[in-house]
Design a protein around this ligand. Structure first.
Ligand code: SF4
Length: 370
């Protein structure tokens, strides 16, 4: 039986953050209720042809999926399990905003089958949280993580942001130390990216961002600090305690199949990539969600290699040769100059990026495999 990941997009937020360009709209109870019904309708339609797939991971992303009530999660997960077979050790994650920190509510969420929670913490520094216009405080985020843990979530991730306006090595250190002392099993440390169509794309904000050298220093400092705290880097931006890598994200990086439900959800399934239109009204009004093909040949060698090189494990040319035909000697030859510069390791036909290599990963990866 084939394994499959399921992504469910919940495009509702209490309010829009000024740096975010994900598809989401303001929470509205009636619309959310219609949206949940539409998700269930789509699970059923999809399972008629594909019900034999074994689901190894379900991921609720957004938006702010924790705005759904425990009974809505219960309904979604029980409908999904009626339509598909769940693997025994299935990972079921929801993203969460740390402004919700009620322990009893976390217990209710845990009872629905959710077993992993990923908090959008971003920082434990109050000034940085205010500059991002987040609705939670540092103290609230600590309380949310501790309460989720005592309510039975033993697999908790936190997103930390690098390159926040006015961020320094000292302020980041303090955030990382706090994170390392909390009951977290996973940390994603992302660079703030200024997206074109967002209020953050303004001279006023851009002039407050750390410069390139400081940002590089922040990244290397993050890797070093988190390793000391027991979080090992396994991907450019992701760190985990032993055995706690995000199974869902690994499906993406290992080019496995996943199917997305909901407006703006993406899928990679049976050899093509496609997306649902970013339109809640059409999602709730149509009996079956729309499909826009975004890539008809997603699993060629270049894409496989690009995804593998994001992982610290790297790209095994021997494994790749079992699936693709490509010129191995050319790739090893191209890797040599990066090896001499300390940006990649090459050992037994496995190419992997070093910590300094991850800083300039886009350039190296495209030079090696495109
Ligand atoms: S809560 Fe998350 S998804 Fe919603 S606007 Fe903020 S960053 Fe974007």
């Amino acid at each position: 039986m084939d394994r499959l990941g399921v992504y469910i997009h919940i495009p509702f937020c209490a309010r829009k953050c000024p740096y975010c360009d994900f598809y989401s709209t303001r929470y509205n109870k009636e619309t959310v209720s219609l949206y949940v019904d539409s998700l269930i309708r789509n699970f059923r339609a999809f399972s008629l042809e594909n019900g034999k797939k074994k689901i190894v991971s379900v991921y609720f992303g957004g938006g702010t999926p924790i705005l759904l009530s425990p009974s809505q999660f219960d309904l979604l997960l029980s409908s999904l399990s009626e339509c598909f077979s769940f693997s025994e050790d299935i990972e079921i994650t929801t993203e969460a905003n740390p402004s919700m920190s009620d322990k009893n509510k976390f217990s209710e969420y845990r009872k629905t089958g959710l077993n992993r929670i990923s908090f959008g913490v971003q920082s434990f520094n109050e000034t940085e949280l205010r500059s991002l216009q987040r609705t939670h405080t540092a103290e609230g985020a600590i309380r949310a993580i501790e309460n989720a843990y005592s309510a039975g979530f033993d697999n908790i991730s936190a997103d930390i942001m690098l390159g926040i306006p006015h961020q320094t090595k000292e302020s980041l250190s303090s955030t990382l130390e706090t994170a390392g002392d909390l009951p977290l099993s996973h940390i994603s440390a992302y660079m703030l990216k200024i997206e074109e169509e967002t209020p953050f794309n303004s001279d006023e904000i851009i002039k407050t961002l750390p410069d390139d050298d400081t940002t590089a220093e922040l990244y290397l400092h993050t890797i070093e600090t988190l390793e000391k705290k027991g979080f090992l880097q396994y991907e450019i931006s992701n760190f985990a305690k032993k055995g706690r890598q995000s199974r869902h994200n690994l499906l993406y990086w290992e080019s496995a199949d996943y199917i997305g439900f909901g407006a703006a959800a993406h899928s990679c399934y049976l050899g093509s990539r496609f997306a649902v239109p970013s339109d809640i009204a059409s999602f709730t009004q149509n009996s079956i969600q729309g499909k826009i093909i975004t890539d008809e040949n997603p699993c060629d060698f270049s894409e496989y290699a690009m995804l593998r090189l994001r992982l610290t494990e790297g790209l095994s040319l021997k494994d790749a040769e079992k699936r693709f035909s490509f010129d191995k000697e050319t790739i090893l030859h191209r890797a040599e100059k990066f090896r001499k510069a300390g940006l990649v390791n090459v050992s037994d036909d496995v190419i992997s990026l070093t910590k300094n290599g991850f800083l300039v990963s886009n350039g190296i990866i495209s030079d090696l495999v495109l």
